[in-house]
Design a protein around this ligand. Structure first.
Ligand code: ADP
Length: 643
């Protein structure tokens, strides 16, 4: 009896809501906890049927009818309860109930009713919800972070200090193990390795949480090249406050570094150009003033003196200084054009054997010093290369002119040698050589290292600029007091046949020139000068000094004169009234293919040269013409006495 009484108190001490239904589903009893949870009074719910409860799903009700137990969790709808089932005093409150309904049976297994136990899990649910919200929030943030990293072309790494593993933040915001840290370590540029190791040690030792950054070169995945990466890193701790890992945000800054490098280079170049400009102006003013002073001074003296000997000496000095001035201005224009990139390199097929012989003969005329001999080494029967004719002559001339200038006695050897895809030409001398201190300045602008010699100091820098523009190599070897060798090596198509017999090219040249020997004096040549300008004609007349000189003032007159008589050579001005030199030459070539025609023009451009040669001219000269040039050229055609 006592026991039954005790048992009747039990429902009130349970931490659960408890409702008893009879076997037809009508409410019989509810403990206080249940009444409180649902906000109802016992007399309001007694007699209500479980099958009418709108908060129990129909499917569960079917199971109950079949005598099965059910359990479910509900976000309890108090409004529905109030309107459709039991009068509840709970308003606008959200409650989660975990409910279990068991069918109660007697010993014989007969259904006696239902027992509903109900637990309020609202707090637990809210905690779970908060965790879920936080989880979604983290996932969304990770995704945003990952998108931001992608957009900024950044990669995020996490270095786990204990495991020595690197975890990469993936595109979906999750971290995955990618590689061992040592694999990355091996790819760090050897020069950056020490900084990298120090960084790691310091970061771990100091447990440094600040955002630090470092730029390192790391070999790319394909193991092809080092790329620059900027790493922003910071240390994270475990619960005990010890360094546990390092987060690295990595950004490829290779392009930026290159851009920066180019900017620095450009700045340095601009500063150097500025310095060069000042040096250039100072040197120019000196270099121009010197010959100009001589020209002005001696011109005055020339008009003041009547002595023939003095006059001729002054004239010679004026001529020499004019030449220096012209060469200087020509060199400056050439160098500035090459450096501005406006000089085209016109590769054409050159007969190197022929050209070197011509040059050899021409250079020979320049040697006034009887203690110096010039030799040509030409080991080929034929040799054709793709090269710019004008530039070839310019470089060779520079080398030989220097050799002549700096060789008081001995030998100058000019030559060339070929191998497939390569031609090398050189000039060796037994001259004064170049001292060790001067060697590094040989190709610099205005480095005229010997004040005693005539020159602007630009010749070799022009050659160097040409070599740079054509991807060729230029260089020299020299020993002070013994001599020098200057060489130029170009990479181009080459076709050559080596000599079978040991005949030197020089022998051949001599033979050839002997057969073309027609005169031994310019005066003996019958020359036609087609020139409309009186002073230019006068200059030609003075240079050629011949009685056998005929003048034509227009192109058609030149053609007519050629019809009338035989000339040894024609000087043809390209710009004349009525008919210009080009047209006249073309007309002459219709009936005379042999007589050499030398084009004269004030323009030194390649197009003019090519047009003249295409019209049928054999040679090309730029005004103002110089006596030596004309004598050199004529001596190429005929052996003449230069006195
Ligand atoms: P320059 O027009 O004054 O000769 P270059 O640029 O041609 O100028 O030469 C620069 C300097 O190099 C010369 O002033 C000279 O000191 C030196 N040099 C060039 N060639 C030779 C050589 N064959 N022997 C000795 N010195 C040379």
């Amino acid at each position: 009896m006592m026991q039954n009484k005790l048992l009747s108190f039990v429902p009130e001490y349970l931490p659960l809501g408890l409702i008893l239904y009879d076997k037809d589903g009508y409410v019989n009893f509810a403990n206080n906890m249940a009444l409180k949870m649902f906000g109802v009074l016992l007399h309001d719910i007694c007699g209500l049927n479980i099958y009418d409860d709108p908060n129990i799903l129909t499917a569960d009700k079917v199971l109950l009818k079949q005598g099965r137990d059910v359990s479910f969790e509900t976000d309890y709808d108090f409004d529905r309860c109030r309107t459709q089932f039991a009068k509840t005093s709970t308003i606008k409150e959200r409650k989660y109930f975990r409910t279990r309904i068991n069918s109660v049976r007697d010993e014989a297994g007969e259904a006696q009713g239902f027992l509903l136990t109900c637990e309020d899990v609202t707090e637990q649910k809210e905690q779970e919800q908060k965790i879920m919200d936080a989880y979604h929030q983290i996932r969304a943030t990770q995704r945003e972070l990952s998108m931001a990293l992608d957009a900024g072309r950044l990669t995020s790494w996490y270095y786990q200090i204990d495991s020595k593993l690197l975890l990469k933040l993936g595109s979906r915001g999750s971290r995955s193990v990618i590689k061992s840290f040592d694999a990355i370590r091996e790819r760090v540029h050897p020069d950056d390795n020490k900084r990298f190791e120090t960084l790691l040690e310091d970061a771990i030792r100091k447990n440094d949480h600040a955002d630090n950054s470092i730029i390192l070169r790391i070999m790319d995945e394909e193991h092809k090249q080092y790329r620059y990466f900027n790493f922003i890193y910071s240390v994270s701790n475990n619960d005990k406050g010890d360094a546990e890992g390092i987060t690295f945000i990595q950004r490829d800054v290779t392009e930026e570094m290159e851009y920066q490098h180019n900017l620095i280079m450009a700045k340095e170049k601009a500063e150097e150009a500025d310095k060069l400009k000042s040096t250039f102006l100072a040197t120019m003013s000196h270099e121009i003033r010197t010959p100009l002073n001589a020209i002005v001074g001696f011109s005055q003296l020339l008009s003041d003196t009547t002595e023939d000997e003095e006059r001729s000496e002054y004239k010679q000095l004026i001529e020499t200084n004019s030449e220096i001035l012209l060469k200087l201005i020509g060199d400056i224009l050439d160098l500035s054009k090459i450096e501005a990139g406006s000089v085209d390199i016109n590769r054409q097929t050159l007969d190197l054997t022929q050209l070197c012989r011509e040059l050899y003969l021409s250079f020979q005329q320049r040697i006034r010093n009887s203690k110096v001999t010039l030799k040509l080494v030409d080991p080929y029967q034929t040799c054709k290369v793709r090269f710019d004719r004008h530039r070839f002559i310019q470089i060779f001339t520079n080398f030989v002119t220097n050799a002549i200038k700096y060789t008081p006695q001995g030998e100058i050897v000019m030559g060339y040698e070929c191998s497939p895809g390569r031609v090398r030409f050189y000039v060796k001398d037994t001259g004064i050589g170049i001292s060790e201190q001067k060697k590094c300045r040989i190709f610099s602008r205005f480095e005229k290292l010997d004040d005693f010699a005539q020159g602007s100091g630009l010749g070799l820098s022009i050659c160097k600029a040409i070599a740079d523009a054509t991807g060729a190599q230029i260089g020299f070897t020299s020993k002070e007091g013994e001599g020098s060798e200057f060489w130029y090596e170009g990479y181009t198509e080459v076709e050559y046949v080596e000599r079978t017999q040991h005949t030197t090219a020089v022998d051949e040249v001599k033979n050839e020139t002997q057969t073309t020997m027609l005169a031994n004096n310019i005066q003996n040549l019958n020359i036609l000068v087609a020139e409309d300008n009186d002073s230019n004609y006068l200059l030609m007349k003075n240079i050629l000094k011949g009685d056998r000189l005929t003048r034509a003032v227009t192109g058609d007159e030149a053609v007519e004169k050629m019809h009338q008589q035989q000339f040894d050579v024609v000087f043809m001005d390209m710009k004349m009234p009525i008919m210009d030199g080009l047209e006249a030459t073309m007309l002459i070539r219709e009936f005379d293919r042999k007589t050499p025609i030398i084009a004269l023009t004030a323009n030194a451009f390649n197009v003019d040269r090519e047009a003249a040669l295409a019209a049928g001219c054999n040679y090309f000269m730029t005004k103002p013409v110089k006596k030596q040039e004309i004598t050199d050229l004529l001596s190429k055609l005929w052996i003449i006495d230069q006195q």
